[in-house]
Design a protein around this ligand. Structure first.
Ligand code: ATP
Length: 399
């Protein structure tokens, strides 16, 4: 499927629009030339990440069918080496406890490794969909980047493998859910907590950018909370190796969080992540996104170009300045270097050191702590986990 059917987009999506292909298309990535070539300049938006390359209807349909008909060995080797072949003894001890979220391609399951007595989140990606939606390269990039990065505030990869029908990406389970859930239950988050979260995210983004990686989908849904309330950046499904000095042109991300230079089709660089952080911090501290989400990237760009990004007077001067400096439309003038944040007045009391930041639990999150294990009942062993998992949704699943 391509962009022509985006009008069927589902509305059960968390953050409101993440730029995305709709109920039947996943991880859509738009390149401007495809847009122009197909004559479709406006996209329906459904509230998830836009990650799949758009083609014309005919091209996409026929190639998708061909992909599904590929002989088995090729369908296996295509996913190597990032997704090694499953060895039957490896994962037989996994028990499905429930469905954590409906990912845009397949479910994210909560599983228990009975041998280790450890909980994991398992992202299940049907191979046919990955091929049909031309997201193979991104899935491999996601795994390869997640293998490469190691940081206290990044959700590290546990394992990845392939079965006959699915790809699996497994990470340790974050029992406190994501930042979006915290935000929706508290709305305005106090400045002290915002300061800690901001410092943690700044450290992570500076780390990624130093490695030449741009995340491109910084948003609340992609930030998990550990058992002490500290952050873990996750979902590297749009992340890209972008050496310093190089530029990207693909329009992708989540509309409300996308920098103007991304919405306009580039060129853009790592600075785009700092804009997204500005949107996120604005929402955390005011309870509202700075601009209302639009239906497509063209309208979104118009809105972003006209918005004043006025910060409520109740915020401290330091935070107010920080938000303005992050939400600066000119990427070169946007605040973006670690030393700039370190000397910023909003962070006067903060040590930009992961160990010190993690020393105390985050009070707000600890207060909001919800009881673990009460909402999930084991629904079956994960022995035949390459069964039709995406159709097996008779376990607890968030709406
Ligand atoms: N390790 C984890 N622990 C707990 N919850 C998780 C974990 N990983 C993911 N989730 C939950 O699953 C949701 C979807 O995960 P993720 O964003 O990785 O999937 P996705 O298929 O890429 O989704 P989308 O395309 O909508 O971004 C997250 O917002 C989070 O709520």
């Amino acid at each position: 499927m391509g962009i022509w059917d985006m009008g069927n987009a589902s509305s059960d999506l968390k953050s409101g629009p993440t730029f995305f292909g709709g109920a039947s298309s996943w991880k859509t990535q738009l390149t401007t030339d495809h847009l122009v070539a197909s004559g479709l300049s406006r996209l329906w938006v459904a509230g998830r990440t836009l990650k799949e390359k758009c083609r014309t209807a005919q091209a996409s349909g026929s190639q998708g069918e061909k992909a599904a008909e590929r002989p088995l060995p090729q369908r296996v080797s295509l996913f190597l080496p990032e997704f090694p072949i499953w060895q039957p003894t490896q994962h037989q001890q996994l028990k499905i406890l429930g469905c954590v979220a409906k990912g845009s391609l397949g479910p994210v399951l909560k599983v228990l490794d009975c041998a280790q007595q450890q909980m994991y989140a398992l992202k299940v990606l049907p191979k046919d969909e990955v091929l049909r939606r031309k997201t193979l390269k991104q899935c491999k990039e996601e795994v390869s980047i997640q293998r490469q990065v190691k940081h206290p505030f990044i959700q590290c990869l546990g394992n990845s493998w392939q079965g006959q029908q699915h790809l699996f990406i497994m990470c340790s389970y974050c029992s406190f859910g994501d930042l979006y859930s915290l935000w929706t239950s508290t709305k305005c988050i106090d400045e002290d907590t915002v300061r800690i979260f901001a410092a943690e995210l700044i450290l992570v983004l500076a780390y990624l950018h130093d490695l030449g990686i741009v995340h491109r989908d910084v948003k609340m849904e992609n930030i998990l909370l550990d058992e002490r309330g500290h952050l873990k950046l996750s979902d590297f499904g749009l992340a890209k190796h972008l050496p310093v000095g190089e530029r990207a042109y693909t329009i992708c991300g989540t509309l409300q969080y996308m920098a103007p230079e991304v919405l306009s089709g580039g060129p853009y660089s790592h600075s785009a992540d700092w804009w997204s952080l500005g949107v996120l911090l604005f929402a955390l501290s005011t309870g509202e996104l700075p601009v209302a989400p639009e239906n497509d990237h063209v309208s979104m760009l118009e809105t972003v170009a006209q918005a004043t990004y006025d910060v409520p007077v109740c915020l401290s001067q330091g935070l107010s300045h920080l938000l303005k400096e992050l939400l600066c439309r000119l990427p070169r003038q946007r605040i973006r270097y670690l030393h700039q944040f370190k000397s910023h007045c909003f962070f006067r009391t903060v040590a930009f050191d992961p160990v010190l930041l993690q020393k105390s639990p985050v009070d707000l999150v600890m207060k909001m702590r919800r009881s673990e294990m009460t909402d999930f009942q084991a629904v079956g062993m994960f022995e035949d986990f390459d069964c039709e998992l995406t159709r097996t949704v008779d376990f607890p699943c968030p709406a």
